[in-house]
Design a protein around this ligand. Structure first.
Ligand code: DX5
Ligand code: ZN
Length: 214
């Protein structure tokens, strides 16, 4: 079953707690939390205090996507704040393997992401340390962009490699996923679909999530 992880980047931040309840009731499997530092990406979103605060009122799986430089500095704080899955960026740290190990040792699921221009083979040496891999299907930084078609060939390549190695690590796609593009992402091998604007921009979250699963 394909999982859906709505990104709150497109939610109404003044009603964040309520929005989490709404997507949960609409059938979301987890919630995607985009943390941006204004350095790794040209945008700033929210961070540790916000995650800690929503953790108090939500039992959803927190899928935390760290678009921050040198994430190793903050892994423990995000784990303490209530993250369940922590994704770091391959491009943002020098010792990816060490950070992935750190994430697991704190009891969280480990994940690494690659930007559209980074070959997915860059992370192959670390695949056994990953519970999930996030393939960016847009340039990270902003919601509401269109999926870059060639990124799906990276998903296909990665799926082939995880199958070849017999790994259970899940593949997540993020950016420009909507009722029209979801099928191609699933066909390429994605297990988890992140969707911001196509869910939160819809009048009917349940219908939007259903449309993604196809
Ligand atoms: C972009 C973020 C995404 C974003 C997706 O840097 O990582 O999670 O919120 O938004 P949509 O689904 O609108 O492309
Ligand atoms: Zn994201």
């Amino acid at each position: 079953m394909i999982k859906v992880s709505p990104s709150v980047l497109s939610a109404d931040f003044a009603r964040l707690g309520e929005e989490l309840t709404n997507i949960k009731n609409a059938g979301a499997d987890m919630v995607h939390l985009d943390v941006m530092d204004g350095i790794f990406v040209p945008n700033i979103s929210f961070g540790i205090p916000v995650i800690k605060s929503i953790r108090k009122s939500s039992d959803m799986i927190f899928d935390v996507h760290l678009m921050i430089d040198r994430p190793e500095r903050y892994i423990e704080k995000f784990a303490d704040a209530g993250a369940d899955i922590i994704t770091i960026h391959y491009e943002a740290c020098s010792d990816v393997g060490a950070v992935l190990r750190d994430i697991r040792s704190l009891g969280c699921k480990s994940s690494v992401s690659v930007k559209p221009g980074t070959p997915v083979s860059s992370i192959y040496p670390h695949l056994r340390l990953c519970d999930m891999v996030l393939v960016m299907t847009v340039e990270p930084g902003f919601g509401g962009q269109s999926l870059i078609p060639y990124t799906l060939s990276k998903v296909r390549e990665l799926r082939h490699e995880t199958d070849r190695l017999g790994l259970t690590c899940e593949i997540e796609v993020d950016g420009g996923i909507n009722g029209k593009t979801a099928r191609a992402a699933i066909d390429a091998g994605a297990d988890i679909l992140v969707a911001g604007s196509s869910v939160f921009g819809s009048d009917d979250y349940a219908e939007a999530i259903r449309a993604l699963r196809g």
